[in-house]
Design a protein around this ligand. Structure first.
Ligand code: ADP
Ligand code: MG
Length: 870
């Protein structure tokens, strides 16, 4: 955006130019009385984004100045819209009060930018999504010859969360996918992929030492080491994030929890393509309906939703931690009474974490302090419900301990805050009477004088003989006697009455007595207001001093998740999976929770088993379109995510050896916007799997090779399947329309061919959505075409062509021998070279050392050696 030069500006506009220069890329909300006004290009941009009228005010350089404005009381709603449209906004407030007798020659009132509002620095409920974190991330990518790994820091200033990580460059996008930050601070040179639009360019801190120093100062410790081990890049990213927040909050830093270095090695690896294919928290269109989250969440608090979303976004890999989470909800399964009590109490729980965030920034309103008071009460109540029971599972017991704290603060807030506090601080009345003697005295003075005035009204009315005489408070005149104009003649000539105003209908007078009472009241009201603000600040200080609150808020969320899971699983359709360290994998009667929920009322979801245990760990799934292949693939991936997040799974039973990385490539994802064809995208994603999957991984891939010619596609699908089976040795489901591949089962011992059962009935296909052993013999493509409404003549013609083609090919064996001679360097997407030939690996895997006789072992060695030589 270009703005006119400030030259020749009026004093008011000169002030605008100076403030605009502080954050040139943000729209400037310039406070003028009861409005925020925007000028020049800012006005044009905002008027069109907000659909409000654009006018002009004065001129600059001979041109009219474009202007628009929004009323202060409604500003939040407008801000929310601007932020959602991708704008940044700086807010300039009047920081000097207009005083009587202030000469106009002193120029405009002082104004200062008090805040920069960007997507990553929001604190107001109106601007935030209640059930999701709102993260600001910073990335430092060291460059140069022996550059270390990138460092990240992420902060949610609305709740104080602060974590950091160092990740290999190739995992950067996985982590961003998990965090889904609202704003990313990093240099222009860092490749951000799909996240590029969220970048805010920054200049990184000058050195790691300087960054560590600044971090230590911000948290009042001698050295950052107090909180853990941070790489240089991590420390610099953390300092960059803190600097940015400080700048955006006009120098103030919210209270953040200590930075915590996080280790992503104990989190299930999910790359962005996998997340995109599974609709975990949002669909590809950004919707929250029809997501895994929506299907499983029965939380009743916003903070509980945030924590649940975080669990789903970052499933664990440590069976012990998973079991700990599971134990939190399984003990509630047979206790519907407690579950209902917990839900009832939680429903009243306010969002303590976000209220705390605002209070710590000095942006707290009375309702935020009230939220803390209410939260403390709910926490104590829930703590009491839990403590009535013995043998609580550890995760619940720990929560219960955090809930039963801060009694002193609760007592203080109970005494200090009034029952029904006002919405805004300025309205007065937030501090309860009886809490502070001085405040009570000022209020008494104020209200006492008001009572005197009320008495005075009757007195004057009698004295003047005007029964409908009123004493009113008037904004400019203060307290005045008001009489109907018709009666004012009776008061003429009375020396003690001072005529203040006469209109056609009423006359207004004041008296010395009224003036002095007025002054008394005004003074007492002002004193009471000052005292009240002072007391409120004190109370807020006490709240911020209470170290137990963040843990308490987290404990409430944890209990909310526990009851949510118990409610979900209480219906009997969800199970608690057994998660261990082996590589087993069995799901009995699994379902896709989102597809199931979206089925029409008269349709029933067909549950399916999935068995990927070690001796048949690769499932080859064939079947026609619309038969349910993609759904089966996705539901299996979702089951792993739910299981490892410690949540209930939509199945009758599940046994799972933890998965370290989950790869899901389901559903076409054309990336034409970035100029890559479907096939190119498919191959890039396949390459990512082949380069990263290992024996603990689960790979579900759909229709590999569909984007190219049949032979090409078949060749690639075959080679990929071989690699998954024999080299990477992962668990996998491989869905394909190349039925020929099923014949590979003869040469691949761990391959188990399955197909979707289809029935033909009176020339129509019926999809039963059932996964059965075997392989599809036909594609049913022509039938699907009819189903989709392709005109009958075309379908019939296609049917005839198909039979001719099939006859020509004589239903021969597939053209497999074509590829038999493929050598390693001809193979597509070269997989990592296996250390041992597949046959040898299979042999070792089959052998059970405990039952092997010395002689058999020796024979085995000879065989292995021979295999290696061949
Ligand atoms: P494919 O990948 O084989 O073409 P999809 O998985 O896309 O088939 O499924 C097509 C439709 O069939 C889904 O949108 C869903 O409505 C229905 N469907 C799939 N699986 C099931 C199931 N197990 N039970 C009931 N309906 C299902
Ligand atoms: Mg499909």
């Amino acid at each position: 955006m270009t703005f006119p030069s400030p030259e020749g500006a009026t004093p008011a506009m000169a002030q605008w130019f100076a403030l605009k220069a502080e954050h040139p890329d943000a729209l400037l909300f310039f406070r003028m009385g009861d409005f925020y006004e925007l000028f020049f290009n800012d006005a044009e941009a905002a008027a069109s984004a907000l659909d409000i009228s654009l006018t002009a005010r004065g001129t600059h350089g001979g041109e009219p100045i474009a202007m628009c404005g929004v009323p202060v009381h409604a500003a939040q709603a407008y801000l929310a819209r601007l932020i959602r449209r991708g704008f940044r906004v700086s807010v300039a407030e009047q920081t000097e009060q207009p005083r009587k007798g202030r000469p106009a020659s002193k120029g405009p009132l002082r104004r200062e930018v008090v805040r920069l509002i960007t997507p990553g620095t929001l604190t107001e409920d109106e601007l935030l999504e209640a059930g999701r974190q709102n993260l600001l991330a910073a990335i430092i990518c060291p460059t140069g010859r022996d550059a270390s790994d990138p460092g990240l820091a992420w902060i949610d200033i609305s709740t104080g969360l602060f974590e950091t990580a160092t990740v290999p460059p190739r995992d950067l996008n996985d982590l961003l996918g998990r965090l889904d930050p609202a704003e990313i601070l990093c240099a222009d040179t860092v490749e951000l992929g799909d996240f590029a639009t969220r970048r805010t360019p920054i200049v990184p801190p000058a050195s790691a030492d300087a960054a560590r120093q600044r971090m230590a100062e911000a948290f009042g410790v001698a050295s950052l080491d107090a909180f853990g081990t941070f790489s240089d890049a991590e420390a610099m990213a953390a300092a960059a994030a803190i600097d940015y927040i400080r700048r955006s909050q006009a120098g103030q830093l919210p209270r953040l929890s200590h930075p915590r270095p996080s280790d992503s090695s104990d989190i299930l690896g999910l790359d962005p393509a996998t997340r995109a294919s599974l609709d975990l928290l949002r669909t590809r269109d950004g919707e929250t309906e029809h997501t895994l989250f929506a299907a499983v969440s029965r939380t009743v608090t916003a903070a509980g939703s945030r924590m649940l979303a975080d669990w789903i976004a970052a499933p664990l890999t440590d069976p012990e931690r998973i079991a700990r989470r599971q134990a939190g909800w399984t003990w509630l399964l047979d206790k519907p009474g407690i579950r209902d009590d917990l839900r009832a109490s939680l429903r009243a729980a306010p969002d303590m974490a976000r209220a705390l965030g605002r209070l710590s920034l000095g942006r707290g309103q009375p309702r935020d302090a009230v939220a803390i008071r209410l939260g403390l009460g709910v926490a104590r109540e829930i703590g009491a419900i839990l403590n009535r029971h013995e043998n609580l599972p550890p995760i619940v017991e720990q929560a219960a301990r955090h809930l039963d704290r801060a009694h002193e603060l609760e007592d203080l807030l109970g005494r200090a805050l009034s029952e029904n506090p006002p919405a805004r601080m300025d309205d007065g009345g937030i501090i309860a009477s009886g809490y502070d003697a001085e405040l009570d005295a000022q209020r008494e003075l104020r209200d006492g004088s008001r009572r005197v005035i009320a008495a005075l009204q009757q007195e004057y009315a009698a004295e003047f003989g005007i029964p409908n005489l009123k004493i009113r408070h008037h904004a400019q005149l203060g307290y005045v006697i008001e009489v109907p104009a018709a009666t004012s003649a009776r008061l003429r000539g009375r020396e003690d009455l001072i005529m203040r105003q006469g209109t056609a209908s009423a006359s207004r007078f004041s008296t010395e007595r009224l003036v002095s009472l007025d002054q008394q009241i005004a003074q007492a009201a002002e004193n009471a207001g000052m005292r009240e603000r002072h007391l409120f600040t004190q109370v807020v200080g006490k709240i911020l001093d209470e170290a137990a609150l963040p843990d308490m808020a987290a404990a409430l969320s944890c209990i909310d998740i526990a009851q949510s899971c118990a409610v979900l699983a209480g219906g009997g359709m969800w199970c608690c999976p057994a998660v261990g360290t082996d590589t087993s994998f069995v799901i009995r009667a699994g379902r896709h929770p989102v597809v199931e929920a979206a089925l029409p009322r008269n349709a029933r979801f067909t549950p399916n088993d999935c068995d990927l245990d070690p001796d048949h760990r690769v499932m080859l799934l064939t079947g026609p379109n619309m038969a349910g292949k993609s759904t089966f693939l996705r539901q299996t991936a979702l089951a792993v995510i739910l299981a490892q997040a410690g949540l209930p799974v939509a199945a009758q039973a599940m046994r799972l050896g933890v998965v370290d990385r989950l790869f899901s490539r389901v559903g076409a994802s054309d990336d034409l916007a970035r100029g890559r064809s479907t096939f190119m995208v498919e191959m890039t994603e396949t390459a990512a799997i082949l380069n990263q999957a290992g024996p603990r991984s689960l790979v579900v891939v759909d229709e590999i090779g569909r984007g190219t010619s049949t032979l090409d596609g078949l060749a690639i699908a075959w080679a990929v399947l071989e690699t998954l089976h024999s080299t990477l040795r992962c668990r996998a489901i491989f869905a394909t329309h190349f039925h020929e591949l099923a014949e590979l089962a003869d040469t691949m011992p761990r391959l188990s061919p399955h197909t979707m059962s289809v029935r033909e009935w009176k020339g129509q296909v019926i999809f039963q959505h059932e996964v059965i052993p075997g392989s599809a013999r036909r594609s049913w493509g022509v039938h699907v075409a009819r189903l989709a409404g392709v005109p009958d003549p075309v379908v019939r013609r296609a049917g005839r062509l198909l039979s001719t083609l099939e006859k020509e090919r004589g239903r021969q064996a597939p053209p497999l021998p074509l590829f038999e001679q493929a050598t390693a360097d001809e193979a597509p997407a070269p997989p990592p070279t296996p250390a041992l030939p597949p046959a040898a690996l299979d042999m070792i895997e089959d052998l059970d050392p405990d039952t092997l006789s010395p002689r058999a072992a020796l024979e085995m060695l000879y065989k292995l050696k021979k295999l290696l030589k061949s």
